[in-house]
Each structure stands twice: as structure tokens, then as C-alpha cells.
Design a protein around this ligand. Structure first.
Ligand code: AMP
Length: 396
């Protein structure tokens, strides 16, 4: 059975086609600059990428083009072979505690939740509609970034603010990257050869966006992102946790509106803000090599924030079996992993510096004597989307 996993953004659409249940990736690709001049369609098959610069005015044209290319390139003989479409949807609020088969009620609810994710949910909806037009008879499933964290207890997800902010407006911690955290925890159990429901795991998803998740018995008990993805640890361009009073203070000092200050916390902070150089970890580590003090501060600040969260989650979980690193930085930047783990000596954690040089493949990177296993696990959100799509289609 062929299932396509889709991640639609406002001007982009990523896709991966899987043969299920074997989870064999047949092809992946991305359409970029949708609605802009010189849109780019690229597709990767058997390690080879083909790129086309074409005019793609909207997502419907993007979807039709990618489906046509799947047939042109002989990846499918006919579109009838595609039996399910799985869509990443960022915000499921409190309405969606699991993935769901998409119908009109689901679409209405995802639209209503756009209030909580104004940049993401509308773009996800556009992607869903475009596939509905192109493949009207194929079942579609929504897989939410927030759903995995719906197992959190009120003491974790409530903020200590007037209670009506929650009842009237839904102000609470939702958390994000749930699909990745779930996938990595499942892989951690497989690597440790133990049932997931007997494990306490801390997943560090460190990419351009970054969040940690404390997982007990396969369930998210706490996570570092909050009401929005701005909270938690420092990221490529996001500040992570700060004193909220800074927002008004800077607004007054710089004569900026509140939304402009929040935008700076989202786009001009984190690695980029502290280093003044780049939001990209590779650039920062190059600068660190040159002895650039601000870049050193940027990577150390993030490592400190991550280590502090790990300490808190260790307490919250009542101990920990594995700390997992994933996403662009977590999978590749051995220097960042070392900075973080070197702060965890009090937990009896010991990094194997040699094994820590691994990149992008599942590896145990702690010493045998380490009290907590440290695992490097490449994430795979798309395969989770394909799995959920198949699971829900089979239940239907
Ligand atoms: P993501 O958002 O998961 O795609 O992660 C993006 C981040 O991963 C960027 O900061 C990249 O610099 C970083 N990254 C990707 N590959 C490497 C690498 N080989 N070494 C260090 N950082 C990397």
C-alpha cells in the first residue's frame, strides 16, 4: 500500500511516498516558493535529486505537478496506487489527542484552532484541500504536532496565571514536535530492547526549532515548548524562556509594538541573537573554532538551558533510562552533545567521546559505565505520519 506523507507550509510543500507496511521510502521531495517567482520543484529518488524551476502559483498546482511527476518517473504506474495521504498539522489544541481521519468536521476544527497557530494551521489546511481536489476518493489523515503531549497533567500544562485565561482562551502549554518525540522514544525502546511502557526517556529534539520531552511509559509527561513554540530552550532564532516583563520594557525603550518585540524573540534571538552572526549551528561552531566569544556564549547558553531541563525532567520522571538526541543539531553536532552532557555529571552520565563523533545513525554514545544511556537517534516524522495514516485507515 502506498501512502504519501505531506507537510504543507505557507509557500512550501514537502512530501515522502512510502510503501507500507514495509515503511520503504520510495521518493521524497519538496516544492518551494509556491506563489512566488521561480518556484522550485525537487524530488529525490535513489539518492539522486532532480530540480525544476517552474511557475507554481498555488498549492493545488504544486500537488498536481508532484503527482504527475510520480507517474512520469514511473514511481507509481497510476495514481490509484496511492491509497492514503497523511498530513502534518501543527496545532490540534485540546480537540485532538490522536491522529484522525479528515472529514469536514475535522477541517472546521483545525480552522478554528488557527487562532492558536496563525502561521501554521491555515497553511496545513491549504495543503489538505489541494490533495482533496487532486485525490478526492483517497482517505486523508491529520497528524498533529501537539497530540502526543495531550497526556500531560494539569500541573504540567497549566500556567500560574488567572484561571480564566485558560477557560476563556485556551492559554496553557500545548507543546510541539510530538510526532518526533514519539518516534524517537519508540526507537529508544527498540535500541534498549525493553518495552516502551517500562521506560523513562528524555528526548532532546534540537534542530532550528528545539524542544525537550519527558516520556514515561510511552506517554509525554512534560515538554519544553509551551503555548507557542517560542518557549523552552534557546533555538536557532527563538529565545526560549525569558522573563515576560522584558517584552513591555523593550517595547517602550525601542518604540516597538508588542508584536514586533515578540517577532524579534521568534526571529532575531537564540543563536542568531546572541552571536550576532548566524542561526545555523555549523556557522556558529566555525566561529567558536576561531574563538568568537559571542558564538561561544550562544552555544553554551543553549547547552545550559538544555541541561537544566534534563535535570528537571530527571526529577519529574523519578530517574531516567535514556537521554536521546535527535534533529539537525542533535543528530549531527557532536560538539553540542558534548557541551550538554558535560553538564550532567551529577546524574552519573558519561559520554563516550569516540562514539559521540557518530552522525546521523542510531548509536549508543554513552560509556558502558554511564548511569543513563545516551542515544543518538535520527528522527523520522514522515514515517510516523505514514504509520498513523495506515493505522487509522485500517480501523475505519
Ligand atoms: P533541523 O531544523 O532539524 O533541520 O536542523 C537544522 C540545524 O541543524 C541547523 O542549525 C544546522 O546547522 C544543523 N545541522 C545540520 N547538519 C549539521 C551538521 N552536519 N553539523 C552540525 N549541525 C548541523
Amino acid at each position: 500500500m502506498k501512502i504519501i506523507a505531506v507537510n504543507a507550509g505557507s509557500s512550501s510543500l514537502k512530501f515522502k511516498l512510502f510503501d507500507m507496511p514495509e515503511e520503504k521510502k520510495l521518493v521524497s521531495g519538496v516544492v518551494e516558493r509556491i506563489g512566488l517567482k521561480d518556484s522550485i520543484f525537487s524530488m529525490k529518488q535513489n539518492g539522486e535529486t532532480v530540480k525544476e524551476i517552474v511557475n507554481i502559483p498555488n498549492h493545488t498546482v504544486a500537488v498536481n505537478l508532484l503527482l504527475k511527476r510520480l507517474v512520469d518517473k514511473g514511481i507509481v504506474d497510476s495514481l490509484d496506487e496511492i491509497q492514503g495521504v497523511g498530513h502534518r498539522v501543527v496545532h490540534g489544541g485540546e480537540s485532538f489527542k490522536d491522529s484522525v481521519i479528515i472529514d469536514e468536521d475535522v477541517l472546521r476544527e483545525v480552522h478554528r484552532l488557527s487562532d492558536l497557530a496563525p502561521l501554521h494551521n491555515p497553511a496545513n489546511l491549504v495543503g489538505i484541500r489541494a490533495f482533496q481536489k487532486a485525490l478526492p476518493d483517497v482517505p486523508a489523515v491529520a497528524v498533529f504536532d501537539t497530540a502526543f503531549h495531550q497526556t500531560m497533567e494539569p500541573v504540567e500544562y497549566m500556567y500560574s496565571v488567572p484561571y480564566e485565561w485558560y477557560t476563556k482562551y485556551g492559554v496553557r502549554k500545548y507543546g510541539f514536535h510530538g510526532t518526533s518525540h514519539k518516534y524517537v522514544s519508540i526507537r529508544a525502546a527498540a535500541m534498549l530492547e525493553k518495552p516502551l511502557d517500562e521506560l523513562r526517556v528524555i528526548v532532546c529534539h534540537i534542530g532550528n526549532g528545539a524542544s525537550l520531552c519527558a516520556i514515561k511509559d510511552g506517554k509525554s509527561v512534560d515538554t519544553s515548548m509551551g503555548f507557542t513554540p517560542l518557549a523552552g530552550i534557546a533555538m536557532g532564532t527563538r529565545s526560549g524562556d525569558i522573563d515576560p516583563a522584558i517584552v513591555q520594557f523593550i517595547s517602550e525603550k525601542e518604540g516597538k509594538r508588542l508584536d514586533e518585540v515578540i517577532s524579534e524573540l521568534n526571529r532575531k534571538s537564540g543563536y542568531l541573537g546572541l552571536s550576532g552572526l548566524s542561526s545555523d549551528s555549523r556557522d556558529l561552531w566555525e566561529a567558536v573554532e576561531r574563538g568568537d566569544q559571542k558564538s561561544i556564549l550562544a552555544v553554551e547558553k543553549q547547552a545550559k538551558m538544555i541541561a537544566d531541563y534534563i535535570g528537571a525532567y530527571f526529577i519529574q520522571l523519578g530517574g531516567c533510562d535514556a537521554i536521546c538526541f535527535t534533529a539537525g543539531i542533535g543528530e549531527n553536532a557532536s560538539e553540542t552533545r558534548k557541551l550538554i552532557v558535560d553538564r550532567l555529571g551529577a546524574l552519573g552520565v558519561e559520554l563516550d567521546y569516540e562514539k559521540n563523533l557518530s552522525r546521523g545513525k542510531e548509536t549508543v554514545i554513552s560509556k558502558d559505565t554511564s548511569k543513563i544511556k545516551i542515544l543518538l537517534i535520527p528522527t523520522n516524522e514522515e514515517v510516523m505520519i505514514a504509520r498513523d495514516t495506515m493505522r487509522l485507515m485500517n480501523q475505519n
